[in-house]
Design a protein around this ligand. Structure first.
Ligand code: T4K
Length: 388
């Protein structure tokens, strides 16, 4: 019997009836969506910057307090368009503790990612290690805002300005977060959000590029584009990354309920935090660097020695009980096939990829589900001590 089988066989708990995913899955009321879809069918206007996309962009500009909010098909395309619009060249510095899309967007644009480690006690890019990586061929820093937290934006802005390079944010996970009381969205040259189904503000699939720079916004729009004006399109590389009216309908309805979603997430987070704080070896990651979090993700670290079993064993035990926790991000992007041959040494990133576990948070996570998950974790700890 493996250790996992041994522990599972001693836990007096029945699995959940339905598997529970890690993601958010906040979706609007069906009747409201049906009504919105009927409007689209009646107008017979389904795509190419229709009235719902236009309304969404304008509402997002107000919500985020930015001059330009430009909807695109998803954040991966958003990051590709961003790099193209800023005319980046050579190398771009970013963390390896991120979703693969951050680095892939650079490869698509013929750019070379340079990976910087994350902070010793955090999940964001270590600004103190950045300057040593800035060479003549570095054209930008792409910081990534993770788990409902934010990077050290002040320090990053100072470094980018000192070296006269671009600074932009992969804020795929950061919609609605506030840094020093100001909504994330208007920092650096631009920011890119994801409106994927698993994000706190969802369009089902979608993305958003925000900037306060008019010239950059024009470029982004012509790379996205909405077509119709072929003369203008011909001067830019085009990505065809439009958002459809159906996607905008979901996002518009979700935006109306965003504050409720955020509050619901915060309550779930608080309950997890209370329950998990008494389990040795489990530390919840508090949203870093923000004055307001969207609680996009619930991430913990597992100290194997104190907890009694490894992160991966815990993951398998949770899976047995239908809790589909994840080990985001494993491995760090620098260890994936495209990049492992560079031999990057990123000790903090490597440590996180071995201890971090993401637990379910979002619409489908009721209070009793949180208690169930915490019971499994607490009892796993107790049984691990007996079956170590
Ligand atoms: N930068 C960062 C820092 C990011 O985190 C992301 C995406 C991006 C860039 C790129 O953004 P997009 O191009 O996607 O807009 C998921 C999400 O797909 C991805 O958006 C997210 N970050 C990433 C962290 O997580 P996967 O491949 O792990 O997702 P998937 O499809 O396995 O879904 C996660 C869980 O949710 C599963 O247990 C299944 C469940 N699920 C998912 C969907 C889509 C559902 O129950 N229903 C659903 O409809 O990437």
């Amino acid at each position: 019997m493996t250790k996992v089988e041994e522990i599972v066989s001693h836990l007096p708990i029945q699995p959940l009836d339905e598997p529970i995913p890690v993601g958010q899955l906040y979706f609007p009321d069906w009747c409201d969506y049906e009504q919105a879809m009927r409007g689209i069918f009646e107008r017979e206007y389904y795509n190419n910057n229709g009235p719902l996309v236009t309304a969404l962009e304008s509402q997002l500009e107000n919500f985020l307090n930015v001059k330009h909010a430009i909807c695109v098909s998803n954040a991966t395309h958003g990051l590709m368009i961003a790099a193209q619009a800023m005319e980046l060249t050579g190398k771009v510095i970013l963390p390896a503790h991120t979703f693969i899309a951050s680095a892939q967007s650079l490869l698509w644009c013929g750019l070379t990612p340079v990976f910087c480690d994350v902070q010793k006690d955090g999940h964001h890019i270590d600004s103190t290690k950045l300057e040593a990586l800035i060479t003549d061929d570095v054209s930008a820093i792409m910081a990534v805002n993770l788990w409902g937290g934010a990077a050290d934006i002040d320090a990053l802005e100072k470094i980018a300005s000192k070296h006269d390079i671009k600074l932009y944010f992969d804020s795929a996970q950061a919609f609605g977060c506030e840094y020093q009381g100001k909504k994330v969205g208007g920092f650096g040259d631009l920011e890119v959000f994801s409106l994927h189904a698993t994000k706190v503000l969802s369009a089902g699939e979608g993305g958003l590029i925000c900037t306060n720079n008019d010239e950059l916004a024009n470029k982004i729009r012509s790379i996205r584009p909405s077509y119709g004006n072929f003369e203008k399109v011909a001067i830019e590389k085009v990505a065809n990354s439009r958002m459809s009216e159906a996607q905008a309908a979901v996002a518009l309805l979700n935006l109306k309920s965003y504050k409720d979603y955020q509050r619901n997430n915060e309550n779930i987070y608080n309950l997890y935090s209370k329950r998990l704080s008494s389990i040795p070896g489990i530390s919840i990651v508090n949203p870093e660097g923000v004055t307001l979090s969207n609680f996009q993700s619930l991430v913990c670290s597992v100290d194997e020695e104190k907890f009694g079993c490894s992160r991966d064993d815990l993951l398998n035990i949770l899976k047995h009980f239908s809790v589909l926790a994840r080990r985001y991000f494993y491995p760090g992007v620098h260890k994936t096939v495209d990049f492992e041959h560079y031999g990057y040494k990123l000790p903090n990133t490597d440590r996180l990829s071995n201890v971090a576990i993401q637990l379910p948070i979002g619409a489908q996570v009721e209070k009793d589900v949180v208690n169930f998950i915490c019971d499994v974790i607490a009892q796993t700890h107790e049984k691990s001590l007996c079956h170590g």
